[in-house]
Design a protein around this ligand. Sequence first.
Ligand SMILES: Nc1ncnc2c1ncn2[C@@H]1O[C@H](COP(=O)(O)OP(=O)(O)O)[C@@H](O)[C@H]1O
Ligand SMILES: [Mg+2]
Length: 225
Amino acid sequence: MSAVFITGTGTGVGKTFVATGLIRCFRELRQPVDALKPVVSGFDSVLPSGSDPALLLEALGRKVNLEELQAISPWRFRAPLSPDMAARAENRAIDFEEAADFCRAAIAANSGTLLIEGIGGVMVPLGKRHTVLDLMIALHLPVILVAGSYLGTLSHVLCAQDVILRHTLDLRALVVSETKDSPVPFEATLATLANFTGVPLLGLRRQGPEAQNGAVFRNLAGLIG
Ligand SMILES: Nc1ncnc2c1ncn2[C@@H]1O[C@H](COP(=O)(O)OP(=O)(O)O)[C@@H](O)[C@H]1O
Ligand SMILES: [Mg+2]
């Protein structure tokens, strides 16, 4: 029984790629796994396919229907904006305690590995007073930090790592998922980050023989299982 919070240095860095890769890995290992994406924005209820909750449900081998979407992502918003803005655009608000309680109930009920994907980066606002960081602090789960390999990622990673560690959260792994068409050498990014982190550092490639990534996901699964 374990749960882990998958956060990122920003949006589009690879959190869902990591979550779905881990789900497939646990399922291959015949180990029970479940996932939540409590808050999602940019969600089109008419065309849910390709959305984060749909990708998670597909990886879990579950149907993508309203009941299942509601089960893993109760807070769904249409606008592709930060959660606070997307909620405001619908005259709604995310009740922070309700969101935290939703996660706590799932953690308590879970009998395998539960993956909770955050939204956006570490400090994206959920409302007027809370950010994703507050949710991570409230849940106090081990954290996986996912980052891209774009030019500029180093400072984003180190800022995110700093804030996570200052709040005494258990940072289990730092995962760099290769950014498409990045001019920055991937291995050099890992080498530089290794100078500034004490946590396991893993790289997920996009192309070439290394892009099989199976061994990386098995390694990551071992760090959280
Ligand atoms: N290592 C990788 N190899 C292949 N595609 C990747 C990799 N990392 C991210 N992607 C792709 O990049 C896009 C953004 O990643 P995603 O996981 O959706 O980011 P996030 O969940 O952080 O917003 C997706 O299409 C995803 O499949
Ligand atoms: Mg995502």
